[in-house]
Design a protein around this ligand. Structure first.
Ligand SMILES: Cc1cc2nc3c(=O)[nH]c(=O)nc-3n(C[C@H](O)[C@H](O)[C@H](O)COP(=O)(O)OP(=O)(O)OC[C@H]3O[C@@H](n4cnc5c(N)ncnc54)[C@H](O)[C@@H]3O)c2cc1C
Length: 457
């Protein structure tokens, strides 16, 4: 097999796939490969699917493999810059929007005929309702593919890459990168790979890889914030006023006691709560299917509290992981689930009370006590946010509302880069792993942008 390329993309998520697509369409002579530590998308099967507990696969099929962490996601592409990263600040609003629109066009190209993709706009009345209750509704146009369509579109895009000569290397973890004359050598479990230029698109899950790369090449790194919180599940009807009018309510709250910022986001109407393995730490997440037959009678969303650390502490990822590990410890290797009513009464949820709950859990988690795994400040922020949301969607603070924990988002490393997202001569860093974005659209947009810089310098 060929081991020498013009460009090697490390990571086959949306960022890497979009970069490969643009490189190949704009410069068909370029020899391009994608090295991906997980499997081909069709082989990504989670042994814990169907409600079983996580078995800690060495490479998690939910978060790793071609199509990346977004493979089984809800496929919500935010067509704007108000959230999902800071691409607007990096490129300027106009240019960032140009690339986000191009991501949308690539998705259209690979959407099978006959499939109707819904797009949602903003809603002034709901915005006002939130404002009147001291909450800020962030609204943006959203293209919602749904988990099933998202997967089909990713498969079509990957097929196109294969048919157009992009070499796809599944089960190929890049362990380290060394500079050699005229490019780079990438160490893998097999023969090393070589490339003139590399695009690092390793997502959140590649944080350690990026950290090591920065240390080796002397790339300065800034620490970002970390978000810690829970996944919240309740009857779908409670948020229907919002979900029937805008696709995804994303609401910011300034908490009463600490004046911290929390955010409610990643809303899944008729969805399910899921567990994911992030380097051995099991955390909560959620998604939903576009197919009406697969809808549940619940909805779920995340409430996360943002923490910005100051000197001398510079390891927010480890901080967040340590609390998730604590929840796993108490939950016998699983995420915890607690009724809101139990949480505010200071008692654990047990299987008996969970069995009588009107909200039927969609994830088999361990009934327990989140207050043993979350710091007081974060727990207070979450409780206050739930009461604040209850004012705009009455019933959110019901006793039977379920909280799963922990959920955290760590996008802590933000390596220094130039205006083209180059962190070192011939090394580009894009997507969630860059610390710049945290969503499908902006990751994809960065992939297209960097490909332009390589093919049209
Ligand atoms: C359950 C879930 C639901 C989500 N829903 C949405 C949503 O609806 N909308 C939205 O905008 N965002 C969503 N997200 C976030 C979204 O998936 C990410 O923002 C997006 O996938 C980031 O793309 P990326 O290409 O930067 O990284 P990723 O998609 O994480 O891809 C990185 C890839 O690199 C591989 N990799 C890592 N290290 C190495 C290495 N050393 N060598 C080789 N390969 C490596 C990984 O295996 C992975 O496949 C969701 C995430 C999850 C987990």
């Amino acid at each position: 097999m060929e081991r020498n390329y013009d460009v090697i993309i490390i990571g086959g998520g949306i960022g890497g796939l979009m970069a490969a697509y643009a490189l190949r369409s704009q410069s068909p002579a370029l020899r391009v490969a994608i090295a991906e530590k997980g499997r081909m998308v069709e082989q990504r099967k989670c042994p814990a699917a169907g409600g079983r507990s996580c078995v800690y696969c060495p490479v998690c099929s939910i978060t790793s493999g071609f199509a990346g962490a977004g493979a089984f996601s809800d496929g919500k592409f935010n067509l704007g810059t108000a959230y999902g990263g800071t691409l607007g600040e990096e490129l300027g609003e106009r240019l960032a929007m140009e690339y986000i629109d191009r991501v949308s066009q690539v998705l259209d190209r690979f959407t099978p005929e006959g499939i109707r993709i819904r797009e949602y706009g903003s809603n002034e009345a709901l915005k006002l309702k939130c404002l009147q209750n001291n909450l800020r509704l962030l609204d943006m146009n959203v293209k919602h593919l749904g988990t099933d369509n998202n997967l089909l579109i990713m498969q079509n895009l990957i097929r196109w890459l294969l048919e157009n000569g992009v070499v796809l290397l599944p089960n190929t973890e890049v362990r380290s990168v060394d500079a050699i004359s005229g490019g780079y050598r990438l160490q893998t479990a097999e023969e090393p790979l070589e490339a003139r230029q590399i695009i690092v698109a390793t997502g959140r899950n590649g944080a350690e890889f990026v950290g090591e790369l920065c240390r080796k090449f002397g790339i300065a790194v800034r620490s970002n914030a970390v978000d810690i919180g829970v996944r919240v599940e309740m009857k779908d009807a409670i948020w229907r006023e919002f979900s029937s009018q805008i696709y995804e309510p994303k609401i910011l709250c300034r908490t009463r006691t600490f004046e911290d910022r929390t955010r409610m986001f990643c809303f899944n109407q008729g969805g399910i709560v899921s567990a994911e393995n992030n380097d051995g730490v099991i955390t909560a997440n959620g998604h939903s299917f576009a197919d009406p037959a697969k809808k549940t009678e619940n909805c779920n969303f995340a409430i996360l509290s943002s923490i910005h650390f100051t000197e001398p502490f510079n390891n927010p990822t480890e901080y967040a992981k340590s609390f998730s590990k604590m929840a796993n410890l108490i939950g016998s290797g699983n995420v915890l689930v607690q009724r809101f009513g139990d949480l505010i009464r200071g008692r654990r949820t047990n299987d008996h009370r969970l069995g009588q709950n009107t909200v039927i859990p969609t994830l088999k988690a361990t009934a327990g006590d989140l207050s043993l795994a979350l710091p007081h400040r974060i727990l207070t922020n979450i409780i206050e946010t739930i009461y604040a949301l209850d004012k705009v969607a009455p019933g959110t603070a019901n006793d039977d509302t379920l909280l799963y924990g922990l959920e955290s988002k760590y996008y802590s490393l933000k390596p220094e880069h130039d205006k083209d997202f180059r962190v070192y001569d011939g090394i580009y860093l894009i997507g969630d792993g860059s610390g710049i974005c945290r969503g499908l659209s902006q990751s994809g947009a960065m992939g297209l942008y960097v490909a332009d810089k390589i093919t049209r310098p």
